[in-house]
Design a protein around this ligand. Sequence first.
Ligand SMILES: Cc1cc2nc3c(=O)[nH]c(=O)nc-3n(C[C@H](O)[C@H](O)[C@H](O)COP(=O)(O)OP(=O)(O)OC[C@H]3O[C@@H](n4cnc5c(N)ncnc54)[C@H](O)[C@@H]3O)c2cc1C
Length: 284
Amino acid sequence: MTAADLTFRSPATLAEALTELAGDEDAIAVGGGTSVALLLKHGLIEPRRLVWLGRVGGLGEIQAGPDGSLAIGATVTLRELAASAPVRRLAPALAEAAGQVGNPRVRAMATVGGALAHADPRQDLPPALLALAATARIAGPAGEREPPLAGFYTGFMETVLAPAELVTQVNVPAGPGRRSVYLRFTPASEGDFPVIGAAAAVLRDAGGLVTGAALALAGAGPVPLLIPAAGELAGRMPAEADIEAVAAAAAAAATAVSDQRGSARYKQAMAAEWTRRALRACLE
Ligand SMILES: Cc1cc2nc3c(=O)[nH]c(=O)nc-3n(C[C@H](O)[C@H](O)[C@H](O)COP(=O)(O)OP(=O)(O)OC[C@H]3O[C@@H](n4cnc5c(N)ncnc54)[C@H](O)[C@@H]3O)c2cc1C
């Protein structure tokens, strides 16, 4: 197949986009195209129709609710997400994750929907959204649904998205008193994927008691990993030993394989270390 065999569509409405996708099993959605372009170039996908979402109305906005929740449209770019004042204020882990993806060229094009659907387990956005208990609104031929992100990833580069379904919005619930952080480690250039990324979100009451906590990792397995042990910080004034228990759980949960970024054992140790750092940053 050559580029000449490819049809490019740019629907103006969600209904049109869904029709384009549902009507052709060789059609794929395109957000910013940063991954699609590479997959096409290397012959890893062979779609016949590219359905670009950039012109679809209503998907490009970030809205902050009066309660402090966030509704983020699927075609918001990672550059817009990183720079958004409400996102930086209400969900700093998300802005920090978006601001560290790849390089400025990638961030200018890549979209929130693409960053979720691509489902490479080393991606930066998914752990931040998992720690923030986000949900993904999905539209498709069968209607709309909004699963929690915690169940969105089903395997290596696999998600709950059925053919012709689109992510249309990501919703981050309000978290009064919540602190959140995203930290990542890459030994290569700044633009490289992280070896390990760690997102933490901690809610505390006025007295400093933790009322809720979540920790999620990138690069620690075939899917972004939520570490349930972080939830056990709730009801405590966490001490270093409590953080250490979550770090040990993160290392135990990490199932990353050995590759050019490090051995499986090294990645387990890094999962523990970046868990400690992310939790300490939220609790200090
Ligand atoms: C040089 C380079 C460096 C990178 N470094 C990093 C990094 O450090 N950290 C990191 O996290 N990522 C990194 N990435 C990956 C980057 O995050 C993804 O390429 C990007 O997020 C994908 O978004 P996109 O909008 O361009 O998606 P596209 O390339 O348009 O699409 C990707 C996939 O998502 C699907 N899709 C797109 N939008 C939707 C939607 N709304 N609903 C359903 N499916 C959809 C497409 O069909 C396709 O399967 C890097 C990429 C490059 C090219």
